[in-house]
Design a protein around this ligand. Sequence first.
Ligand code: PLZ
Length: 443
Amino acid sequence: MSAIPQERRIVTAIPGPKSQELQARRLGAVAGGVGSVLPVFAARANGGIIEDVDGNRLIDFGSGIAVTSVGSSAEAVVRRASAQLAEFTHTCFMVTPYEGYVEVCEQLAELTPGDHAKKSALFNSGAEAVENAVKIARAYTKRQAVVVFDHGYHGRTNLTMALTAKNMPYKNGFGPFAPEIYRVPVAYGYRWPTGAENAGAEASAQAIDMIVKQIGAENVAAIIIEPVLGEGGFIEPAKGFLPAISKFATDNGIVFVADEIQSGFCRTGQWFACEDENVVPDLITTAKGIAGGLPLAAVTGRAEMMDAPHSGGLGGTYGGNPVACAAALGAIETMRELDLNAKAKRIEEVMKARLAAIQEKYDIVGDIRGRGAMIAIELVKSGTKDPNPEATGTLAKACHAEGLLVLTCGTYGNVLRFLPPLVIGEDLLNEGMDIIEAAFARV
Ligand code: PLZ
Protein backbone atom coordinates (compact mmCIF):
# COMPACT_ATOMS: atom_id res chain seq x y z
CA MET A 1 0.00 0.00 0.00
CA SER A 2 1.48 3.37 -0.89
CA ALA A 3 1.34 5.45 2.27
CA ILE A 4 0.15 8.77 0.91
CA PRO A 5 -0.44 11.39 3.60
CA GLN A 6 -4.18 11.84 3.88
CA GLU A 7 -3.96 15.57 3.27
CA ARG A 8 -5.03 17.78 0.41
CA ARG A 9 -2.08 19.59 -1.14
CA ILE A 10 -2.15 21.92 -4.12
CA VAL A 11 1.30 22.83 -5.44
CA THR A 12 0.51 23.75 -9.07
CA ALA A 13 -2.42 24.90 -11.14
CA ILE A 14 -4.95 22.09 -11.73
CA PRO A 15 -4.07 20.46 -14.07
CA GLY A 16 -0.36 21.07 -13.50
CA PRO A 17 2.41 21.21 -16.13
CA LYS A 18 3.19 17.47 -16.14
CA SER A 19 -0.49 16.61 -16.47
CA GLN A 20 -0.78 19.09 -19.31
CA GLU A 21 2.17 17.48 -21.07
CA LEU A 22 0.60 14.04 -20.70
CA GLN A 23 -2.74 15.40 -21.86
CA ALA A 24 -1.08 16.68 -25.05
CA ARG A 25 0.40 13.22 -25.66
CA ARG A 26 -2.96 11.66 -24.89
CA LEU A 27 -4.72 13.83 -27.44
CA GLY A 28 -2.34 12.49 -30.08
CA ALA A 29 -2.74 8.83 -29.15
CA VAL A 30 -6.03 8.17 -27.37
CA ALA A 31 -9.33 8.09 -29.25
CA GLY A 32 -11.34 11.26 -28.84
CA GLY A 33 -14.48 9.35 -27.88
CA VAL A 34 -12.94 8.47 -24.52
CA GLY A 35 -13.41 11.46 -22.22
CA SER A 36 -12.04 12.35 -18.77
CA VAL A 37 -13.77 14.33 -16.06
CA LEU A 38 -10.53 16.03 -15.02
CA PRO A 39 -7.34 15.63 -17.07
CA VAL A 40 -5.12 15.37 -14.04
CA PHE A 41 -2.89 12.32 -14.42
CA ALA A 42 -2.74 10.02 -11.43
CA ALA A 43 0.55 8.89 -9.89
CA ARG A 44 -0.64 7.20 -6.69
CA ALA A 45 -3.88 6.85 -4.80
CA ASN A 46 -4.89 5.60 -1.40
CA GLY A 47 -7.64 6.19 1.15
CA GLY A 48 -9.33 9.46 0.32
CA ILE A 49 -6.45 10.93 -1.72
CA ILE A 50 -5.36 10.83 -5.37
CA GLU A 51 -1.85 12.16 -5.92
CA ASP A 52 -1.14 13.45 -9.41
CA VAL A 53 2.07 13.53 -11.44
CA ASP A 54 2.71 17.13 -10.36
CA GLY A 55 2.57 16.22 -6.68
CA ASN A 56 -0.91 17.66 -6.05
CA ARG A 57 -3.05 15.68 -3.64
CA LEU A 58 -6.72 15.72 -4.48
CA ILE A 59 -9.55 14.72 -2.18
CA ASP A 60 -11.40 11.91 -3.90
CA PHE A 61 -15.21 12.18 -3.94
CA GLY A 62 -15.49 9.91 -6.99
CA SER A 63 -13.82 6.55 -6.20
CA GLY A 64 -13.28 6.06 -9.92
CA ILE A 65 -17.09 6.05 -10.28
CA ALA A 66 -17.97 4.06 -7.17
CA VAL A 67 -15.25 1.45 -7.59
CA THR A 68 -12.57 1.99 -4.95
CA SER A 69 -14.84 1.80 -1.91
CA VAL A 70 -12.00 0.17 0.05
CA GLY A 71 -9.51 2.75 -1.28
CA SER A 72 -7.34 2.59 -4.39
CA SER A 73 -4.59 0.50 -2.84
CA ALA A 74 -6.23 -1.29 0.07
CA GLU A 75 -3.80 -3.47 1.99
CA ALA A 76 -5.75 -6.72 1.65
CA VAL A 77 -6.42 -6.12 -2.06
CA VAL A 78 -2.78 -5.42 -2.82
CA ARG A 79 -1.57 -8.33 -0.69
CA ARG A 80 -3.90 -10.93 -2.13
CA ALA A 81 -3.71 -9.71 -5.74
CA SER A 82 0.12 -9.52 -5.60
CA ALA A 83 0.37 -13.04 -4.17
CA GLN A 84 -1.92 -14.35 -6.92
CA LEU A 85 0.00 -12.41 -9.58
CA ALA A 86 3.16 -14.24 -8.56
CA GLU A 87 1.44 -17.65 -8.69
CA PHE A 88 -0.30 -17.36 -12.05
CA THR A 89 -2.02 -14.55 -13.95
CA HIS A 90 -4.42 -16.57 -16.03
CA THR A 91 -5.43 -20.05 -17.04
CA CYS A 92 -8.97 -19.26 -18.20
CA PHE A 93 -11.63 -20.65 -15.87
CA MET A 94 -13.21 -22.38 -18.88
CA VAL A 95 -9.95 -24.26 -19.50
CA THR A 96 -8.48 -25.07 -16.09
CA PRO A 97 -10.44 -23.67 -13.14
CA TYR A 98 -9.02 -22.31 -9.88
CA GLU A 99 -10.22 -21.85 -6.31
CA GLY A 100 -10.47 -18.03 -6.20
CA TYR A 101 -13.34 -18.01 -8.69
CA VAL A 102 -15.29 -20.54 -6.64
CA GLU A 103 -14.60 -18.64 -3.43
CA VAL A 104 -15.87 -15.35 -4.89
CA CYS A 105 -19.07 -17.13 -5.98
CA GLU A 106 -19.45 -18.58 -2.47
CA GLN A 107 -19.04 -15.11 -0.98
CA LEU A 108 -21.59 -13.67 -3.40
CA ALA A 109 -24.10 -16.36 -2.40
CA GLU A 110 -23.59 -15.45 1.23
CA LEU A 111 -23.67 -11.65 0.88
CA THR A 112 -26.53 -11.11 -1.59
CA PRO A 113 -30.13 -10.88 -0.33
CA GLY A 114 -32.26 -14.00 0.18
CA ASP A 115 -31.51 -17.40 1.69
CA HIS A 116 -32.45 -19.46 -1.38
CA ALA A 117 -29.85 -21.59 -3.20
CA LYS A 118 -27.69 -19.26 -5.33
CA LYS A 119 -25.06 -19.55 -8.01
CA SER A 120 -22.89 -16.99 -9.79
CA ALA A 121 -20.99 -16.46 -13.02
CA LEU A 122 -18.10 -13.98 -13.26
CA PHE A 123 -17.31 -11.48 -15.99
CA ASN A 124 -15.10 -8.43 -16.60
CA SER A 125 -17.34 -5.39 -16.68
CA GLY A 126 -20.71 -4.23 -15.50
CA ALA A 127 -22.10 -4.15 -19.03
CA GLU A 128 -21.03 -7.74 -19.56
CA ALA A 129 -22.76 -8.79 -16.35
CA VAL A 130 -26.01 -7.12 -17.45
CA GLU A 131 -25.79 -8.74 -20.90
CA ASN A 132 -25.40 -12.11 -19.25
CA ALA A 133 -28.29 -11.51 -16.86
CA VAL A 134 -30.45 -11.02 -19.96
CA LYS A 135 -29.12 -14.24 -21.51
CA ILE A 136 -29.85 -16.16 -18.33
CA ALA A 137 -33.35 -14.69 -17.96
CA ARG A 138 -34.19 -15.47 -21.59
CA ALA A 139 -32.87 -19.03 -21.30
CA TYR A 140 -34.84 -19.58 -18.09
CA THR A 141 -38.17 -18.07 -19.16
CA LYS A 142 -37.96 -18.86 -22.89
CA ARG A 143 -39.29 -15.32 -23.39
CA GLN A 144 -37.63 -12.37 -25.08
CA ALA A 145 -38.86 -8.97 -23.88
CA VAL A 146 -36.80 -6.98 -21.40
CA VAL A 147 -38.26 -4.09 -19.39
CA VAL A 148 -36.10 -1.21 -18.20
CA PHE A 149 -36.82 2.22 -16.74
CA ASP A 150 -36.64 5.92 -17.46
CA HIS A 151 -33.28 7.33 -16.33
CA GLY A 152 -31.76 3.83 -16.21
CA TYR A 153 -28.12 3.15 -17.06
CA HIS A 154 -26.77 -0.31 -17.80
CA GLY A 155 -23.68 0.10 -19.99
CA ARG A 156 -22.18 0.92 -23.37
CA THR A 157 -22.24 -2.40 -25.27
CA ASN A 158 -24.91 -2.83 -27.91
CA LEU A 159 -27.50 -4.57 -25.75
CA THR A 160 -26.79 -2.40 -22.71
CA MET A 161 -26.92 0.80 -24.79
CA ALA A 162 -30.43 -0.26 -25.72
CA LEU A 163 -31.19 -0.78 -22.02
CA THR A 164 -29.77 2.64 -21.14
CA ALA A 165 -32.20 5.55 -21.24
CA LYS A 166 -30.08 8.57 -22.07
CA ASN A 167 -29.13 9.34 -25.67
CA MET A 168 -26.15 11.69 -25.23
CA PRO A 169 -23.40 10.72 -24.78
CA TYR A 170 -24.14 7.00 -24.59
CA LYS A 171 -26.17 6.14 -27.68
CA ASN A 172 -26.17 8.99 -30.17
CA GLY A 173 -25.11 7.73 -33.59
CA PHE A 174 -24.36 4.21 -32.34
CA GLY A 175 -27.53 2.41 -33.41
CA PRO A 176 -29.24 0.26 -34.51
CA PHE A 177 -29.98 -1.07 -31.06
CA ALA A 178 -31.01 -4.50 -29.85
CA PRO A 179 -34.73 -5.27 -30.20
CA GLU A 180 -37.29 -6.32 -27.58
CA ILE A 181 -36.33 -3.65 -25.05
CA TYR A 182 -39.18 -1.66 -23.45
CA ARG A 183 -38.88 1.38 -21.21
CA VAL A 184 -41.39 2.30 -18.50
CA PRO A 185 -41.62 5.11 -15.90
CA VAL A 186 -39.73 5.10 -12.62
CA ALA A 187 -40.83 6.72 -9.34
CA TYR A 188 -38.62 9.82 -9.50
CA GLY A 189 -39.99 11.53 -6.39
CA TYR A 190 -38.57 15.01 -6.94
CA ARG A 191 -40.01 15.26 -10.45
CA TRP A 192 -43.20 13.22 -10.06
CA PRO A 193 -46.08 15.44 -11.26
CA THR A 194 -48.42 14.72 -8.32
CA GLY A 195 -45.66 14.85 -5.69
CA ALA A 196 -43.08 12.53 -4.18
CA GLU A 197 -45.59 10.99 -1.76
CA ASN A 198 -47.63 9.61 -4.66
CA ALA A 199 -44.73 8.57 -6.85
CA GLY A 200 -44.26 5.02 -5.55
CA ALA A 201 -47.85 3.92 -6.03
CA GLU A 202 -48.59 5.87 -9.22
CA ALA A 203 -45.37 5.08 -11.06
CA SER A 204 -45.56 1.37 -10.28
CA ALA A 205 -49.19 1.27 -11.43
CA GLN A 206 -48.27 3.07 -14.66
CA ALA A 207 -45.25 0.87 -15.29
CA ILE A 208 -47.23 -2.32 -14.71
CA ASP A 209 -50.10 -1.09 -16.87
CA MET A 210 -47.70 -0.36 -19.72
CA ILE A 211 -46.07 -3.76 -19.42
CA VAL A 212 -49.42 -5.56 -19.45
CA LYS A 213 -50.98 -3.47 -22.24
CA GLN A 214 -48.03 -2.90 -24.52
CA ILE A 215 -45.91 -6.05 -24.15
CA GLY A 216 -47.97 -8.67 -22.32
CA ALA A 217 -46.53 -9.93 -19.04
CA GLU A 218 -46.28 -13.44 -20.51
CA ASN A 219 -43.72 -12.17 -23.05
CA VAL A 220 -41.40 -10.54 -20.55
CA ALA A 221 -38.19 -12.38 -19.66
CA ALA A 222 -36.72 -9.80 -17.29
CA ILE A 223 -37.33 -6.52 -15.55
CA ILE A 224 -34.01 -4.78 -14.82
CA ILE A 225 -33.69 -1.89 -12.41
CA GLU A 226 -31.01 -0.13 -10.40
CA PRO A 227 -32.28 0.03 -6.79
CA VAL A 228 -30.70 3.49 -6.71
CA LEU A 229 -30.40 4.82 -10.26
CA GLY A 230 -26.79 5.91 -10.71
CA GLU A 231 -25.86 7.72 -13.91
CA GLY A 232 -29.49 8.85 -14.23
CA GLY A 233 -29.08 11.10 -11.19
CA PHE A 234 -28.89 9.07 -7.96
CA ILE A 235 -32.64 8.62 -8.05
CA GLU A 236 -33.99 6.54 -5.20
CA PRO A 237 -37.27 5.11 -6.47
CA ALA A 238 -39.97 6.37 -4.09
CA LYS A 239 -40.92 3.93 -1.34
CA GLY A 240 -43.15 1.12 -2.49
CA PHE A 241 -42.02 1.21 -6.10
CA LEU A 242 -39.38 -1.54 -5.98
CA PRO A 243 -41.50 -3.95 -3.91
CA ALA A 244 -44.47 -3.45 -6.26
CA ILE A 245 -42.41 -4.09 -9.39
CA SER A 246 -40.65 -7.05 -7.80
CA LYS A 247 -43.99 -8.58 -6.75
CA PHE A 248 -45.42 -8.06 -10.23
CA ALA A 249 -42.40 -9.86 -11.69
CA THR A 250 -42.74 -12.79 -9.31
CA ASP A 251 -46.51 -13.08 -9.89
CA ASN A 252 -45.93 -13.23 -13.65
CA GLY A 253 -42.92 -15.52 -13.92
CA ILE A 254 -40.64 -12.62 -14.88
CA VAL A 255 -37.03 -12.60 -13.71
CA PHE A 256 -36.48 -9.54 -11.50
CA VAL A 257 -32.92 -8.27 -11.94
CA ALA A 258 -31.38 -5.72 -9.56
CA ASP A 259 -28.49 -3.93 -11.24
CA GLU A 260 -26.37 -3.16 -8.17
CA ILE A 261 -23.24 -2.43 -10.16
CA GLN A 262 -23.02 1.10 -8.75
CA SER A 263 -25.10 0.75 -5.57
CA GLY A 264 -23.73 -2.55 -4.29
CA PHE A 265 -21.01 -3.63 -1.88
CA CYS A 266 -21.59 -1.30 1.09
CA ARG A 267 -21.92 1.82 -1.06
CA THR A 268 -25.37 2.71 0.31
CA GLY A 269 -24.66 1.54 3.87
CA GLN A 270 -25.90 -1.98 3.17
CA TRP A 271 -24.31 -4.79 1.25
CA PHE A 272 -26.93 -4.15 -1.43
CA ALA A 273 -29.31 -1.22 -1.84
CA CYS A 274 -32.37 -3.41 -2.47
CA GLU A 275 -32.16 -4.59 1.15
CA ASP A 276 -33.59 -1.23 2.15
CA GLU A 277 -37.12 -2.34 1.24
CA ASN A 278 -36.49 -6.04 1.77
CA VAL A 279 -36.58 -6.72 -1.95
CA VAL A 280 -35.02 -10.06 -2.87
CA PRO A 281 -34.05 -10.02 -6.54
CA ASP A 282 -33.99 -13.17 -8.64
CA LEU A 283 -30.72 -12.07 -10.23
CA ILE A 284 -28.32 -9.39 -9.09
CA THR A 285 -25.55 -7.85 -11.19
CA THR A 286 -22.44 -6.54 -9.46
CA ALA A 287 -19.12 -4.99 -10.55
CA LYS A 288 -17.29 -1.78 -9.56
CA GLY A 289 -16.90 -2.02 -5.76
CA ILE A 290 -16.57 -5.80 -5.80
CA ALA A 291 -12.81 -6.00 -6.42
CA GLY A 292 -11.19 -2.82 -5.12
CA GLY A 293 -10.43 -1.53 -8.63
CA LEU A 294 -9.61 -4.69 -10.56
CA PRO A 295 -11.99 -5.54 -13.38
CA LEU A 296 -14.51 -8.08 -12.14
CA ALA A 297 -18.27 -8.42 -12.45
CA ALA A 298 -20.83 -11.01 -11.53
CA VAL A 299 -24.34 -12.26 -12.03
CA THR A 300 -25.66 -13.96 -8.90
CA GLY A 301 -29.08 -15.50 -8.60
CA ARG A 302 -31.46 -18.33 -7.96
CA ALA A 303 -29.66 -21.57 -8.72
CA GLU A 304 -32.39 -22.88 -11.03
CA MET A 305 -32.25 -19.69 -13.10
CA MET A 306 -28.46 -19.52 -13.18
CA ASP A 307 -28.38 -23.14 -14.36
CA ALA A 308 -30.87 -22.55 -17.19
CA PRO A 309 -28.31 -21.82 -19.94
CA HIS A 310 -26.73 -24.92 -21.48
CA SER A 311 -23.17 -25.83 -20.48
CA GLY A 312 -20.78 -23.63 -22.45
CA GLY A 313 -23.48 -20.99 -22.97
CA LEU A 314 -21.87 -18.51 -20.57
CA GLY A 315 -18.27 -17.45 -20.25
CA GLY A 316 -15.48 -15.40 -21.79
CA THR A 317 -11.69 -15.61 -21.90
CA TYR A 318 -10.98 -13.39 -18.90
CA GLY A 319 -14.20 -13.68 -16.88
CA GLY A 320 -13.29 -14.16 -13.22
CA ASN A 321 -9.58 -13.59 -13.80
CA PRO A 322 -7.62 -15.06 -10.85
CA VAL A 323 -5.93 -11.76 -9.91
CA ALA A 324 -9.28 -9.96 -9.98
CA CYS A 325 -10.82 -12.73 -7.85
CA ALA A 326 -8.00 -12.45 -5.31
CA ALA A 327 -8.57 -8.69 -5.23
CA ALA A 328 -12.29 -9.23 -4.68
CA LEU A 329 -11.62 -11.51 -1.73
CA GLY A 330 -9.34 -8.81 -0.33
CA ALA A 331 -11.97 -6.13 -0.88
CA ILE A 332 -14.70 -8.19 0.78
CA GLU A 333 -12.36 -8.96 3.70
CA THR A 334 -11.75 -5.20 4.08
CA MET A 335 -15.46 -4.39 3.94
CA ARG A 336 -16.17 -6.87 6.71
CA GLU A 337 -13.18 -5.98 8.89
CA LEU A 338 -13.63 -2.22 8.72
CA ASP A 339 -17.44 -2.47 8.78
CA LEU A 340 -17.72 -0.27 5.72
CA ASN A 341 -21.52 -0.33 5.88
CA ALA A 342 -21.28 1.63 9.11
CA LYS A 343 -18.73 3.96 7.52
CA ALA A 344 -21.06 4.61 4.59
CA LYS A 345 -23.89 5.47 6.97
CA ARG A 346 -21.63 7.89 8.83
CA ILE A 347 -20.63 9.54 5.54
CA GLU A 348 -24.33 10.03 4.76
CA GLU A 349 -24.88 11.66 8.13
CA VAL A 350 -22.00 14.10 7.71
CA MET A 351 -22.73 14.92 4.07
CA LYS A 352 -26.47 15.35 4.39
CA ALA A 353 -26.09 17.70 7.37
CA ARG A 354 -23.57 19.81 5.48
CA LEU A 355 -25.66 19.79 2.30
CA ALA A 356 -28.81 20.78 4.19
CA ALA A 357 -26.95 23.84 5.47
CA ILE A 358 -25.95 24.70 1.90
CA GLN A 359 -29.54 24.23 0.69
CA GLU A 360 -30.74 26.70 3.34
CA LYS A 361 -28.57 29.38 1.77
CA TYR A 362 -28.84 28.55 -1.93
CA ASP A 363 -32.18 27.86 -3.53
CA ILE A 364 -30.59 26.30 -6.60
CA VAL A 365 -30.22 23.13 -4.52
CA GLY A 366 -33.53 21.53 -5.50
CA ASP A 367 -33.05 18.14 -3.91
CA ILE A 368 -30.61 16.32 -1.63
CA ARG A 369 -30.78 12.56 -1.95
CA GLY A 370 -29.05 9.23 -1.92
CA ARG A 371 -27.98 6.81 0.75
CA GLY A 372 -24.71 6.00 2.45
CA ALA A 373 -21.76 7.23 0.43
CA MET A 374 -23.90 7.58 -2.70
CA ILE A 375 -25.16 11.12 -2.18
CA ALA A 376 -26.17 13.80 -4.68
CA ILE A 377 -27.73 17.21 -5.04
CA GLU A 378 -29.96 18.14 -7.95
CA LEU A 379 -29.43 21.72 -9.10
CA VAL A 380 -32.24 23.84 -10.51
CA LYS A 381 -32.76 27.41 -11.60
CA SER A 382 -33.75 29.74 -8.76
CA GLY A 383 -37.37 29.43 -7.76
CA THR A 384 -38.14 26.66 -10.29
CA LYS A 385 -37.49 22.97 -10.89
CA ASP A 386 -35.86 23.70 -14.25
CA PRO A 387 -32.60 21.76 -14.49
CA ASN A 388 -29.47 23.84 -14.04
CA PRO A 389 -26.64 21.98 -15.80
CA GLU A 390 -24.65 25.25 -16.14
CA ALA A 391 -24.38 25.75 -12.37
CA THR A 392 -23.62 22.04 -11.98
CA GLY A 393 -20.68 22.26 -14.38
CA THR A 394 -19.40 25.49 -12.85
CA LEU A 395 -19.57 24.09 -9.32
CA ALA A 396 -17.76 20.90 -10.35
CA LYS A 397 -15.00 22.94 -12.01
CA ALA A 398 -14.68 25.18 -8.96
CA CYS A 399 -14.23 22.10 -6.77
CA HIS A 400 -11.67 20.61 -9.14
CA ALA A 401 -9.62 23.80 -9.08
CA GLU A 402 -9.42 23.53 -5.28
CA GLY A 403 -8.35 19.90 -5.37
CA LEU A 404 -11.67 18.17 -4.75
CA LEU A 405 -12.63 15.58 -7.33
CA VAL A 406 -16.43 15.52 -7.75
CA LEU A 407 -18.53 14.00 -10.52
CA THR A 408 -21.77 15.00 -12.18
CA CYS A 409 -24.59 12.85 -13.50
CA GLY A 410 -28.31 12.97 -14.26
CA THR A 411 -30.48 12.79 -17.35
CA TYR A 412 -30.43 16.59 -17.43
CA GLY A 413 -26.75 16.88 -16.44
CA ASN A 414 -27.77 18.81 -13.33
CA VAL A 415 -26.75 16.47 -10.54
CA LEU A 416 -23.57 16.82 -8.52
CA ARG A 417 -22.75 13.42 -7.05
CA PHE A 418 -20.49 12.37 -4.24
CA LEU A 419 -18.98 8.89 -4.08
CA PRO A 420 -16.06 9.05 -1.66
CA PRO A 421 -14.12 5.90 -0.84
CA LEU A 422 -15.79 4.44 2.24
CA VAL A 423 -12.42 4.50 4.03
CA ILE A 424 -12.05 8.28 3.70
CA GLY A 425 -11.14 10.05 6.95
CA GLU A 426 -13.74 12.33 8.47
CA ASP A 427 -11.40 15.33 8.34
CA LEU A 428 -11.00 14.93 4.57
CA LEU A 429 -14.73 14.44 4.20
CA ASN A 430 -15.40 17.69 6.01
CA GLU A 431 -12.68 19.50 4.11
CA GLY A 432 -14.33 18.35 0.89
CA MET A 433 -17.65 19.70 2.11
CA ASP A 434 -15.95 23.01 2.99
CA ILE A 435 -14.73 23.23 -0.61
CA ILE A 436 -18.23 22.54 -1.94
CA GLU A 437 -19.67 25.22 0.33
CA ALA A 438 -17.02 27.71 -0.78
CA ALA A 439 -17.75 26.85 -4.42
CA PHE A 440 -21.40 27.76 -3.89
CA ALA A 441 -20.38 31.07 -2.37
CA ARG A 442 -18.33 31.87 -5.45
CA VAL A 443 -20.81 30.72 -8.13
N1 PLZ B 1 -24.88 -0.66 -14.54
C1 PLZ B 1 -25.81 0.63 -12.69
O1 PLZ B 1 -23.50 2.25 -12.99
C2 PLZ B 1 -21.42 1.79 -14.91
C3 PLZ B 1 -20.43 4.33 -16.30
C4 PLZ B 1 -19.44 5.35 -16.67
P1 PLZ B 1 -19.23 -1.02 -16.80
N2 PLZ B 1 -21.54 3.14 -14.50
C5 PLZ B 1 -20.45 4.04 -14.85
C6 PLZ B 1 -19.41 5.58 -18.14
O2 PLZ B 1 -19.70 6.71 -18.54
O3 PLZ B 1 -19.10 4.65 -18.89
C7 PLZ B 1 -22.63 0.92 -14.76
C8 PLZ B 1 -23.63 1.19 -13.79
C9 PLZ B 1 -24.75 0.37 -13.71
C10 PLZ B 1 -23.95 -0.96 -15.45
C11 PLZ B 1 -22.80 -0.20 -15.59
C12 PLZ B 1 -21.79 -0.59 -16.61
O4 PLZ B 1 -20.63 -1.01 -16.00
O5 PLZ B 1 -18.29 -1.73 -15.88
O6 PLZ B 1 -18.89 0.42 -17.06
O7 PLZ B 1 -19.48 -1.77 -18.06
